[in-house]
Design a protein around this ligand. Structure first.
Ligand code: ADE
Length: 225
């Protein structure tokens, strides 16, 4: 899979993409992530990429020119399954969308800043918009990092234990059951006996029932879906 990220702040991805699962996925060649600094595509002598909104009002708007030039260049090189604008206006990101996007060959994520991008970018280039929640971030970068993380960990071969991603919370609209590890008794706080029983059938049943109970208590809305 190839992910192209269009941003004014490529440095913001340094931490998230150079540690843990994403770092390993890149190392194994399971994903290629290319960061494009939109400013490099400015034709302005001061490398400007934003301007005042027509009609007045507060804040600056990212211009179409530099963004269009990056996207046109990328589209001339390969086909893209999705060209996504990270925006609080977008569809709320969830596990189902992560699963769907993880089946893509090539995707572009566009990160907005200031008051957002010129509407014509959204009208003519963007296939859909994603929000990671009903709050406004200072830019799309952190949201894009969240989306990339959720997608990349689903790619075959990325997580060591192949079944692990499938047993995550949300994969079947249920939260994950509680997990424990050694010691089995910490100052009198004991691990449930069933997990030490060695009886796989009983353990599976217990986990299912716990997942259901936890979902009922913490996220009853998931059971309505
Ligand atoms: N950009 C700013 N806020 C955002 C959000 N909540 N989700 C996605 N992109 C954003």
């Amino acid at each position: 899979m190839r992910i192209d990220i269009l941003t004014l702040f490529p440095g913001m991805f340094q931490g998230p993409f150079t540690e843990s699962i994403i770092k390993r996925a890149i190392g194994k060649g399971e994903v290629e992530i290319h960061l494009h600094d939109i400013r490099d595509y400015s034709e302005d002598k001061h490398k400007r990429v934003d301007d005042y909104p027509f009609g007045g009002g507060a804040g600056m708007v990212m211009q179409i020119g530099p963004i269009a030039r990056v996207i046109d260049k990328l589209k001339s090189e390969r086909e893209y399954d999705h060209i996504i604008y990270m925006s609080p206006d977008g569809q709320r990101f969830d596990q189902k969308e992560a699963n769907r996007l993880s089946l893509s060959e090539n995707i572009i994520l566009l990160c907005g800043h200031y008051k957002g991008v010129d509407q014509r970018v959204r009208d003519h280039y963007i296939t859909h918009e994603i929000s990671i929640g009903d709050y406004v971030l200072s830019g799309g970068e952190l949201a894009a990092a969240v989306v990339v993380d959720a997608i990349v960990r689903l790619l075959p071969g990325v997580i060591g234990d192949e079944t692990s991603a499938l047993t995550d919370s949300f994969q079947d609209n249920l939260l994950a059951p509680p997990v424990y590890t050694r010691p089995s008794d910490y100052n009198g706080w004991k691990v449930p006996d069933v997990l030490l029983s060695g009886n796989d059938k009983l353990i599976d049943e217990w986990r299912e029932q716990q997942a259901l109970e936890r979902t009922r208590q913490l996220r009853p809305d998931l059971l309505d879906e």
